[in-house]
Design a protein around this ligand. Structure first.
Ligand SMILES: Nc1ncnc2c1ncn2[C@@H]1O[C@H](COP(=O)(O)OP(=O)(O)OP(=O)(O)O)[C@@H](O)[C@H]1O
Ligand SMILES: C[C@@](O)(CCOP(=O)(O)OP(=O)(O)O)CC(=O)O
Length: 413
């Protein structure tokens, strides 16, 4: 962990944290500073091999300021969200003994020592794939490891990630995670709780149809505040609907009941987007491609009489689709390829990415016209999707051995 820099010592920790996708959405804050939500939510943590942030945090007496490099570029760390996370972790720092050298960093030392933070995402940042969730979860987790922070109560570290970005608190655990909205004014009880780990529902497959990698027009933060201020539907949802569907979703996950899971998941996504439309001025996160994906799934589910797949959309046009097992995931993928073939200059190997091997998908299947299409009006749209990413539920944050910082200079490699 320790090495020399500019004649001084450095101690560093590197961690990796996953993204998550909400199946019961968080939308709206009751306290903007502490990021306290108006309703509880549930998410699935995605496999960090496919979508994750990796962050090295390094401390040295030679550093004169806290600094942050994101995806190879130095960015400001002055924003409230970064400052709040740093302050909360620092205030909980304990005496740390470096295991290799025996060097001791006291609680008092941490108050004046500065950190360099170097982070990168293995997927596009700010493209509606929850980079902020992975990024803040990873930052807080890595800093907590570096500064020897011990949780005084279960979920305390998730409550610090929450003040970086609400959805980040759920990325502190793998598998299936609830964010309990809590009741306290200070936010101590607004924490993430693991409902089940990633092995609980191993068959579940996640397929993300990336519709556009461009940055969105309305950020989640400002969009949800506009909704809180103007949408009566949102307040009804938070008070009357979410508490009931939380119970149903918990049970569906516990029982691995895909039909119930799919029904609630699609309805919750549609309701969240309805509250966006009910906001003044209205917010449109889904586009025509998103709607065509919904029709594709709905048409298939209706033809079979039971849910074959489920969809959910966050604050952007990308679809996150779920299939109950690999066989159904192959059928889903072949439908996606039928309705949304790659642009003519794109090879299938760069169009369908991620954990494709798990599906043992045969390309020839993509040419088969789905039976439910017969006799209906449908369009085949080449190049409407950027790419399709196959993944599955995954594990929570962990510490890695390889660092993103050169210890001899304390700067990104
Ligand atoms: N690895 C990271 N480390 C630290 N901060 C990060 C990291 N990745 C992203 N962020 C922060 O999150 C911001 C992007 O958040 P934003 O909400 O715009 O996009 P997103 O999370 O990818 O999309 P969405 O919230 O719609 O899913 C970045 O500008 C940066 O401040
Ligand atoms: C639609 C969502 O993805 C909204 C996520 O909002 P953020 O967590 O990005 O918002 P802030 O707390 O302001 O940082 C739904 C969800 O993840 O639950």
């Amino acid at each position: 962990m320790e090495a020399e820099t500019q004649g001084d010592w450095v101690v560093m920790v590197t961690a990796r944290a996953p993204t998550n996708i909400a199946v019961i959405k968080y939308w709206g804050k009751r306290n903007q500073k502490l990021i306290l939500p108006i309703n509880s939510s549930i998410s699935i943590t995605l496999n960090p091999h496919d979508l994750s942030a990796t962050t090295t945090v390094v401390v040295s007496p030679s550093f004169t300021a806290d600094r942050l490099w994101l995806n190879g570029k130095e960015v400001s760390i002055q924003g409230d969200r970064y400052q709040n996370c740093l302050r909360e972790i620092r205030s909980r720092a304990t005496e740390v003994t470096d295991s290799k050298t025996g060097r001791i960093i006291t609680k008092k030392d941490w108050e004046s020592l500065h950190v360099h933070i170097v982070s990168k995402n293995n997927f596009p940042t700010a493209a509606g794939l929850a980079s902020s969730a992975a990024g803040f979860a990873c930052l807080v987790y890595a800093l907590a490891q570096l500064m020897g922070v011990q949780e005084r109560y279960k979920g305390e570290i998730s409550s610090i990630a929450r003040i970086g970005s609400g959805s980040a608190c759920r990325s502190l655990y793998g598998g299936f995670v609830e964010w309990d909205m809590g009741k306290d004014d200070d936010g101590k009880d607004s924490i993430a709780i693991q409902l089940a780990d990633e092995k609980h529902w191993e068959d579940l497959v996640v397929i993300i149809a990336v519709v556009s990698s461009r940055q969105k027009e309305t950020s989640s933060t400002s969009g949800m505040q506009d909704s809180v201020n103007t949408s009566k539907l949102l307040l009804h949802r938070a008070k009357e609907i979410v508490p009931k569907v939380m119970l149903e979703m918990r049970e569906a996950i516990k029982e691995r009941d895909f039909a119930t899971f799919a029904r609630i998941c699609c309805a919750d996504s549609n309701q969240f987007h309805a509250t966006c439309l009910d906001t003044s001025p209205p917010i449109f996160y889904m586009n025509d491609t998103s709607k065509r994906i919904i029709s594709m799934v709905e048409r298939w589910n209706r033809a079979e009489g039971t849910p074959q797949a489920a969809y959910t959309f966050d604050a952007g046009p990308n679809a996150v689709l779920f299939a109950p097992n690999k066989a159904k995931a192959c059928e889903l993928l072949s439908r996606l390829l039928f309705y949304f073939p790659p642009a003519s200059d794109k090879k299938i190997s760069s169009y369908v990415v991620g954990d494709v091997d798990m599906l043992a998908f045969k390309e020839v299947d993509s040419c088969i016209k789905p039976p439910e299409v017969e006799g209906t009006n449908y369009t085949q749209s080449f190049g409407e999707l950027d790419y399709i990413l196959c993944t599955r539920p995954g594990e929570g944050p962990l510490v890695l051995k390889d660092h993103l910082v050169d210890p001899s200079i304390g700067l990104p490699i």
